[in-house]
Design a protein around this ligand. Sequence first.
Ligand SMILES: *Cc1c(COP(=O)(O)O)cnc(C)c1O
Length: 367
Amino acid sequence: MTQYYRPTKAVIDLTAIEQNLQAFKERDGKAEIIAVVKADAYGHGMVEVARKALETGVKWLAVATPDEALFLMDNAIKANCLVMGHTPAAFIPVAQRTGIAVAAISLDWLALAAEAVDPDLPSLKIHLKVDTGMRRVGIQAEEVEEALRLIERHSFSFDGLFTHFATADEDRNDLFQRQVSTMASIVKKINNPSLMVHVSNSAAAIMHPELAFNAVRVGISLYGIAPSSYVENNMPFALAPALGLETEIVHIKRVKAGETISYGATYRCEQDEWIATLPIGYADGMLRGLQGQEVLVRGVRMPIVGRICMDQCMIRLPEKMPVGEKVQLIGRQAGAQIRIEEWAEKLGTIAYEIPVNLTKRVPRIYC
Ligand SMILES: *Cc1c(COP(=O)(O)O)cnc(C)c1O
């Protein structure tokens, strides 16, 4: 294992991921859980999370790109794998050879895939993506019959059918209802019970277990993060956050009243203050917009003062503390907690953006 000397690290609790998986299994009954591990498992580490998911009984993984699927294979992850986004024609023979399933995202894509397939290889596994309202990728509802003809003519292996919701994380709304009913009528028309039908992301899998069909695609909440504050406020079960971000004080000093801290001198000490330096900055994913955010030291919230630098930032303490004192930026410490959702709110964004922006410089440690 690589030795790291800087005390800044992300500690990933794989047991929390297991607990969340278990909670989804109970919530969504017989539906398969498709563990969404794209974007390095939302910053948690694709290989480690995939391994844990498979160990817990998951049989399907989903990623966004063909390269992510190959990365899993290269790391000896043996599972059914679906590429949910666009797959270029050049990948088609690779998908045939490896058995990676790909999303058929348009009639044009089906035509290109038909030209790209190698007839001497096993047939291409496809999951037909229907655009029921997201307007991102997918065939239109009126194109389903034509898509089925192309699939049959070119002997693709028609394994799955799916769609993606635009507003499943909000209170009941028209768009969501329209997407549900469009999809229901397509499923009914195709009427193929061996097909793997999956429509739900985390929000729908939490709020609408009745829509589980035979599989759900769970991403963000696998990691213990709520998809939105609406879902968070209406959670039928508890999620276990998997990611902790921690560091240690590396420097501490008394700064005189009137002096300023960091670039731009944006923070002025009102009195003599204890200022500690932390070895984490925006190049680690501790974005500059987090100036003023609190961190935990000895279970107490302490503010980040002054501009966050690329590699370091400063906090204010009520008293002198030793170099080496533990600091929790995200996660629990001595009964207190700072959640990823709190960072997202401070930054005016969604929780999804936080862990995926923790950079490679922050080692992921597993427990
Ligand atoms: C990312 C993604 C998911 C997972 O969504 P979460 O909200 O993270 O659960 C599911 N389906 C598709 C098509 C996606 O791109």
